[in-house]
Design a protein around this ligand. Structure first.
Ligand SMILES: Cc1ncc(CN)c(N)n1
Length: 227
């Protein structure tokens, strides 16, 4: 890490430093035109339905990824409470999958007939690349935090005062924009920062690259949903 950034990372956490350094990419992922269109009420509902079907498939692939991070925590973590944070995240995915099914039937989206688009496949392949035992816990938890915080920041933006989110999309925005999910993201960020403080230079580089890859995949995912 560069000298100035290193001092900043100790004061405020490496993740915050990286988000400042990569703010253009971060903003592209968390303030994407699709999200802005939900917020201002102009959303094309075909885009929403496309997102819903593809994200259901993504979440199914996300479950084994989160499980792999939990396994790494059990084996490598220096703090017992990491396991509890990750277990709560994994458990909530059960309700999330049920929610996708309910929401899909509400919108007439037939989940069983949806095939993953290439962008989705690429993102799921990236998750798989982080699941092997050769990938350090620090790198994997950085990616997990980044994946979750993009959704939290995006959907919370649609719930802020002054937003004109259509009432039929409010539940979707609540799912990731609610305070509890925000706290979960903060817990993940704390774990990530703690790990990054003790990371080798090589791990730091890999973790920063993982963050950037996540932001790129997230932008592509929104683009794909917009059609
Ligand atoms: C593409 C994507 N990124 C993040 C999340 C939040 N788990 C999600 N459901 N889908």
């Amino acid at each position: 890490m560069e000298a100035g950034l290193e001092q900043l990372a100790e004061a405020e956490g490496t993740t915050a430093t990286w988000l400042k350094k990569h703010h253009l990419m971060y903003t592209a992922a968390t303030r994407h035109p699709l999200i802005l269109s939900i917020r201002d009420g102009s959303i094309d509902l075909d885009s929403f339905k496309r997102w819903l079907g593809q994200d259901y498939l993504f979440v199914r692939a996300f479950v084994p990824f989160v499980s792999s991070v939990l396994l790494k925590a059990c084996r490598e973590s220096d703090n017992n409470s990491d396991m509890e944070v990750l277990l709560s995240g994994l458990a909530s995915l059960n309700g999330e999958i049920k929610w996708f099914k309910k929401e899909a039937s509400k919108w007439g989206v037939v989940l069983s007939s949806i095939a993953p688009q290439k962008v989705n496949q690429d993102y799921c392949r990236f998750l798989e690349s982080l699941m092997g035992p050769d990938v350090e816990y620090t790198v994997a938890i950085t990616a997990l935090w980044a994946i979750e915080v993009v959704y939290q920041q995006s959907f919370a933006h649609c719930l802020e005062e002054g937003s004109r989110t259509p009432p039929e999309l409010a539940e979707t925005c609540q799912r990731w924009g609610n305070e509890g999910f925000g706290q979960y993201c903060q817990s993940l960020q704390k774990i990530t920062d703690r790990r990054l403080l003790r990371a080798t230079n090589e791990e730091l580089k890999k973790a920063e690259v993982a963050l950037l890859r996540v932001l790129e995949h997230e932008v592509e995912f929104w683009n794909m949903s917009q059609g």
